[in-house]
Unconditional design. Structure first.
Length: 486
DNA sequence: AAACAGGAGTAAG
DNA sequence: CTTACTCCTGTTT
């Protein structure tokens, strides 16, 4: 559930003078030197382990030695723009869709205009949103007339600024607070008590030498209970074992949290084998954008989760050849598998109050490993939900129309579930009614929510003048009334 | 079959 | 009181 933003910031602020090498794609690293296992290498390894890590390794290939490092993830908003092209929607130019939305100066005064759509909405809203005073009142009463809102120019946001957006940056910031609150009770004890078990995940990845080969790392021996780095003949700088234990444990915890949080953001199961086709698309899209990798046509991954996990790394690279994006996707999926498996083992371990005696390799999670249903965001976030009640509260007061706009404002995340057809006129289409309903139910803590009920609520908006059916009625296509579409 | 439409009862704020 | 959830019947695509 949590983004380890602290970890992110750590990598973000890491001096760029740290030697970076050995992380080139296999095709580019043939015959290159073996890179000593150094703290810097370990940092790279940890970045690969952490889904939230910036993608320096992939972009610092020898072919692009001068490539500017991508912006750190939390601040990197612009990379999201590319995602509009992912599903082949007719928005080929990054500046022709969102960028062409008239600015506020061209719009009538509106309580919304200064915030959401004056500029590329998924980007520029952030500073304003975060800058709002915490006491910013709820500016709208949907029961009122549309016209009455035009006078509320003192408000800059149509929604409460806190937790009402489901974009990644907000989650990062939000979860950083939560994380601070749980560090003492969760992370630190885990390092002491569960380090051996935690290392199983990493060990399983490292024992699969492809991981080391991918990083072009010199293999180092691993022993149960701790990671010991042998004194290397090259006199490499070596971390002492306790330090490595700590960072490895942090990295593994980070990976688990990343998986859980991504589940929440995308509304997908932590078990990749249960992903639908659209789940797969969402995950691929998210992961590519996350690592600042070039997007691929949606049809390249037109498959469900069961088919996805069956793909070999070569098949991934055939589908996403640029910058070895396929390898990254493949590696990330392996982490998901491992994290999912680890989560299951963790639960087993918790029941038994003793470590699992036999380390299980990060293999395929079989279906019987997973007892959760397809709406398993909660299942994979037990730790976080146990400590994040505060974050959950306050998010149940959102109106449906606001929630839908929230989803629409994050096309990079939810574009496969709901998207604008005509933003300027407020026309949108629900592409995946099941998922939208599931997300809505999750937000409102209504597990029984479905599209039938959700659409009933939407239809109530007809009378209220918040939404309407489009002139030429289309299935799953709705339209916001002014000014709700602004 | 899925989506659409809308009546009606209920809960929660 | 409003909003949304829920259940429902019937219609449309």
């Amino acid at each position: 559930m949590l983004w380890e933003s602290g970890f992110l910031e750590e990598t973000d602020t890491m001096p760029q003078t740290v030697p970076r090498s050995g992380c080139s794609p296999p095709s580019a690293s043939q015959g290159e030197r073996a890179v000593p296992t150094s703290p810097a290498d370990l940092q790279h390894l940890l970045r690969l382990l952490g889904a939230a890590s910036p993608p320096e390794p992939m972009l610092h290939s020898p072919q692009n030695p001068h490539t500017k490092p991508p912006p750190p993830y939390p601040e990197d908003n612009h990379f999201l723009e590319r995602l509009y092209d992912f599903e082949g929607y007719p928005t080929p130019s990054p500046s022709s869709d969102e960028g062409s939305i008239p600015t506020v100066a061209l719009q009538p005064p509106s309580p919304y205009s200064s915030l959401q759509y004056t500029t590329p909405v998924y980007i520029k809203e952030e500073p304003n949103r975060l800058g709002l005073p915490a006491t910013s009142p709820y500016p709208l009463s949907p029961s009122g007339s549309c016209i009455s809102y035009s006078s509320h120019t003192q408000y800059s946001s149509p929604v409460p600024q806190h937790e009402e957006y489901l974009d990644i940056e907000a989650l990062l910031k939000e979860n950083q607070i939560l994380q601070d609150s749980i560090k003492q009770s969760y992370i630190t004890p885990k390092i002491e008590v569960e380090e051996s078990r935690d290392h199983n995940l990493l060990r399983s990845a490292l024992e699969d030498r492809t991981f080391q080969e991918r990083l072009n790392l010199r293999p180092f021996p691993l022993e149960l209970g701790s990671v010991k780095m042998e004194e290397s003949s090259g006199g490499d700088e070596a971390l002492v074992a306790p330090d490595i234990d700590r960072v490895l444990s942090m990295a593994i915890e980070q990976s688990k949290r990343d998986v859980d949080n991504t589940c929440t953001v995308l509304g997908i199961s932590p078990d990749p084998t249960q992903w639908s086709t659209s789940d797969v698309k969402s995950w691929v899209m998210f992961t590519l954008q996350h690592f600042n990798l070039p997007l691929v046509p949606a049809e390249n991954f037109a498959m469900d989760g069961a088919a996805l996990v069956a793909l070999t790394e070569e098949e991934f690279n055939q589908r996403a050849p640029q910058l070895q994006a396929g390898s990254t996707l493949h590696a990330q999926l392996e982490i998901w598998k491992a994290a999912r498996h680890e989560a299951w083992r963790t639960s087993q371990w918790s029941e038994q109050h003793q470590p699992s005696p036999n380390p299980t390799p990060a293999g395929q999670p079989s279906a019987d490993d997973m007892s959760d249903d397809d709406d398993s965001e909660t299942a994979g976030t037990s730790t976080a939900t146990a400590t994040s009640g505060k974050a959950k509260t306050g998010s149940t007061h959102i109106h449906l129309w606001q929630f839908l706009k929230e989803l629409l404002a994050s096309p990079h995340v939810h574009g496969s579930a709901i998207r604008w057809l005509d933003r300027s006129n407020g026309v949108f289409k629900i592409e995946d009614s099941v998922r939208v309903a599931r997300l809505w139910g999750k937000r409102k803590n209504r597990p029984a929510m479905n599209y039938d009920k959700l659409s009933r609520s939407i239809r109530q908006y007809y009378k209220k003048g918040i939404m309407k059916k489009t002139e030429r009625s289309q299935r799953l296509v709705y339209q916001f009334c002014h000014p709700y579409c602004l």
